[in-house]
Design a protein around this ligand. Sequence first.
Ligand SMILES: [Zn+2]
Length: 270
Amino acid sequence: MEAVLAGLFGLLIGSFMNVCISRWPDEKSVVTPRSHCPKCNALIAWYDNIPLLSWLLLRARCRHCQAAISTRYPAVEALVGVCFYWICRDGISPSALKTCVFVAMLVGLIFSDLETLLLPDELTIGGCVIGFALSAVSPIADNIFATLAAAAGFAPATRVAAFGEAALGGILPAGIFWFLGWAFEKLRHKEGLGFGDVKMIAMIGAFLGLRGALLSIVLASVTGSIVGLAWIWVTRKDASTYQLPFGAFLGAGAMLTALAGQEWYWRMLI
Ligand SMILES: [Zn+2]
């Protein structure tokens, strides 16, 4: 029952994420103006704004001007709804709520990157802050910060250790990627990795910790190279100018890590 409610709530959050995806990359407010058709500007009535249902009933067209409504709208709503249902399948808990927030933000980042190649700061930097804060309610299961602190002769309090774990995950992988991107730019005189990707890695690390961030990066790099090369081959695009939406792959990797756990991966390595 709790899972069904969470799933329905996820549809609403998905609907809100659609507004963010449409507006944040253009630096527009998500509060005002009210939702309107991008083609004819007609305001969208509440009964035409019900997640999934309205899109189906309107047969994917604006009621006023018949302009097509992108399948991204129902896709994002369904995806967030299904994820919330899955995350809360054993009931609603602080850790489930944290994962729901994380996944909703990742869906926003994935679709922003696919549509505009932009990763809005509201989700990357905002996500860093939220992930760091939520580590107090639902600590990251890593024990890396505490181990390092113990090796240095400190015994941090539980709360401090929880923040330390999130800070370590948020800073270390992003710092390494920022340095690699900077070095690549100095050597090759072109941008290899956007700064948006670096901020997104920091956001993932603040939610998942060091190990989860590393696994997300591994998954993104493997799937990104395979899909990117296949895409260039199928569409015959110019490989030297093609820009891979790496943030979308990072987002998918982080979602898999958050939804399926990561022990399978670390066990495979040992
Ligand atoms: Zn219209």
